[in-house]
Design a protein around this ligand. Structure first.
Ligand code: AR6
Length: 179
């Protein structure tokens, strides 16, 4: 599913984010930048050891929840990886939506700062962090839409959903926010 916001294209893709042909990939990391499973594990496996070397050297204090930090892409075809830290779901009344929005906004700012035309982003917080998929889709897609409308950059954003359930939830929300 593809939606255009001015010169910018937002596309929902089902698949493995490490296979995306883009300038930058966003990762769903933890605040210690310690690596882990899920999309984080897949990105580190595909990219090789450079990412851990760079996060340890550049960000010894980690990254706060609701923000993101950049490394190179290592063996990925993407030039950069933006390690974003989403919130752990605690029921929704502990600032989770604004923290999730902040993580995406910072990834999009980093894409602009690093002159990336294209970025692939996963459904941050919807795995082990337990954020309900439909609520995550709402915050994610409105945050990306608002950023693209106001900045007209990056030109291409691929939201990459790992399975059909996630893709369906995001597609329903995207239809509702453009309709
Ligand atoms: N490509 C795209 N999406 C994926 C992939 C992939 N290769 N693999 C999983 N997903 P999660 P979180 C989806 O748990 O909830 C890590 O250990 C997955 O189906 O990766 O933000 C970190 O180190 C889900 O929808 O991230 C942190 O400790 C989404 O990616 C913690 O997990 C996010 O699931 C972060 O938890």
């Amino acid at each position: 599913m593809i939606v255009q916001f001015g010169e910018c294209r937002l596309q929902l893709v089902q698949g493995d984010i490490t296979r995306q042909d883009v300038d930058a990939i966003a990762n769903a990391a933890n605040s210690a930048l310690a690596g882990g499973g899920g999309v984080d594990g897949a990105i580190h496996r595909a990219a090789g050891p450079l990412l851990k070397q760079q996060t340890a050297a550049r960000y010894p204090d980690g990254c706060p929840t609701g923000s993101a930090v950049a490394t190179d892409g290592g063996n990925l075809s993407a030039k950069f990886v933006f390690h974003a830290v989403g919130p752990v779901w605690g029921g929704g009344d502990q600032g989770e939506p604004s923290q999730l929005a902040g993580a995406y906004r910072r990834c999009l700012e980093l894409a602009v700062e690093h002159n990336c035309e294209s970025i692939a982003i996963p459904a941050i917080s919807t795995g082990v962090y337990g954020y309900p998929m439909d609520l995550a889709a709402q915050t994610t897609l409105t945050t990306v839409r608002d950023f693209l409308v106001s900045h007209q950059n990056p030109k291409r954003v691929n939201v990459v959903l790992f399975d059909g359930g996630a893709f369906g939830a995001f597609a329903r929300v995207l239809e509702s926010i453009i309709g």
